[in-house]
Each structure stands twice: as C-alpha cells, then as structure tokens.
Design a protein around this ligand. Sequence first.
Ligand code: UDP
Length: 166
Amino acid sequence: MHVQAVTIVPLEVVARNIAAGSLCQQTGIPLGTQLDPPLVEFYYKNDDLGDPLLTRDRIRAMDLASDSRVDAIIGLTQAINGHLTDFFQRCQIILVDFKLEFGITAQGQLVLADEISPDTCRLWDQANPDPKGRILDKDRFRQDLGQVADAYQAVLERVLAQVKSN
Ligand code: UDP
C-alpha cells in the first residue's frame, strides 16, 4: 500500500444519491427518494459538537477552507460519486450515499484521503427489495440487523469479481 501524509481538511463531505439516514430524520424526505442532482453536504469534523451540518458561509466564517477549495472539493466529490456509482452498479449494488475526507499534501495538492468502505458508504443490494435485507453496510450494525460480516464479505466478493473482470 502506498501512503502519503496529508493535512486533513476538517470537513466530512457527504454525497447523497438516495435519501437515507440523517437526511430523512432532519428533513422528513422519505427514505429511498432519488436525489437528482445528488446532494453534496459538509459536516464539521468535531465530535464534541456532534459533527454539525455546515453551510458555505459557516465554512468561510470558521476559516475551515477557502471558497475555491470548497469548489474544488465539490467538483472532486461529484467526480468520485460518478465513478463509484458506475462501479457499484456493475457490482449490482446501489450506492445510496457516502462520506469522504480530503487532505492537503506537502506540495499543496488537494487529494482524497481516509477510507471508502461499507463503514463510510450506504450500499443496497440491487436484487433485494426488502428494506432491511438489502442493506450491505454499517447500517446492519447500527440497526442491529445481524449478519454484518456476511454483508461486508458479500461487498468484498462483488468488488473483487468486478476488479478481476476488468
Ligand atoms: N458517515 C460516515 N461517518 C460519519 C457520519 C456519516 O462515514 O461520521 C457516512 C454514513 O455511513 C453514510 C453517510 O456518511 O454513508 C451519510 O450519513 P448520515 O449523515 O446519513 O448520518 P448517519 O445516519 O449515518 O448518522
């Protein structure tokens, strides 16, 4: 594994293709609503404050990132969402939403950082219409649905099969 040290931008960047989780709880948008265009949201990476939702104005006021950096993060997030949505579609998995983090390299370049995994994505089995049975991500743990490791294993197998077929 090649790794690179970065200074993490203290934002959790969430892309949403389908309404789920806190979006439904906070807005009343029904679970499963298609979001077109997808949402890109910012949360402050601060456990003491409970990772609150941020606006562009708040990001500027808190001096967390410049306007141009926010624009660059939105652009990268949209591009990553496009790639990941296509990839998971080929795995027969619906990419509902996911969280990204970004970092700045020693050369000043903005790069994707942290992990992309079933811990940070909502992934639904395309072939399973059951609202609980289709869940292949950390929501199985959060909602105490059981078979957490089986779901993660299923994601791994489909991802590996897809990578090998390319
Ligand atoms: N997420 C994450 N880390 C967090 C919060 C959220 O990886 O600290 C991911 C979560 O797995 C989901 C997406 O971000 O894929 C959106 O999460 P949401 O805001 O709906 O919060 P949740 O309902 O997970 O608390």
